[in-house]
Design a protein around this ligand. Sequence first.
Ligand SMILES: [Zn+2]
Length: 283
Amino acid sequence: MSVNRGIVWGGVLALVGAVGACSADAPVDPTPEPLVYDVGGFRIEDATRQASAGLIDSIAVALGAAVTSVTGFLPEFTLPDDTITFRLLEGGGIPYVTTDALLIVQWNQDLALEYLPHQVTHLLTGYLRRPFLEEGIAVYATEVLDSTSMIMNPYRGQPPHAWVSLFEQSGSTIPLATVFAAGGLAYSYTGSSSDASAWQLFIEAGSFTRWVFAVFGRDAWLQLYESDDLATGLNGNPIDLERAWLTAARDSYPNPLTCEDALGTRGPLTTRDQFWCARARGQ
Ligand SMILES: [Zn+2]
């Protein structure tokens, strides 16, 4: 859908129907079908079947605000002219998107509407480039659009530059060549070595993207995105680029919070947090 269409918030929820079709021969699916709402120009599927009208409305409002802000920030991209679907699942987990279906998924136990600009960024670009570039712009856009918020996964507690400064102090920075080439940045909440590395890759991608915008400018970032190549996109040697980026991050936040202090700003540390902090210390 286009942001210019003008989203009207009537506050009235229209229950459209349930997802899926049944035939007489179809096997019985024990999973209840989600409730489907059409509100604010969005399709909202409630698989929990328990969301209040107020929650459905607030999801639509937050999604509309995210679409407006992200498309305003990245006018070079155009959202497909189809309805965006937000699906609320039962339980906990990492939010995700399916770009082809213009689908945003979050879990009711980990609902984070402040994460919507990140997810909308993925729908807007279509996630056509490597994860480093796609996650980098999603993290950076979120940081720019809500500079007061430090609570978004995966960089709770302090900005990506500060996290990178901390990695530098600990000697745990993942080299630029490695993160740029990373094939998948998916992580889970269960904690593992690959999880911890993926979490750090998001942070480094966001920090690098901020640095590219600040030093080279918007057109250079677009050139980088289009070329999908560091040397071509930024007309520089990757080793020199890495050195300058890391210097900028360290100089921006010479005294970053410790990992435990940063993550602890949102409550007691979890097992996953402790695992991530061990990774940040280079362990
Ligand atoms: Zn992402």
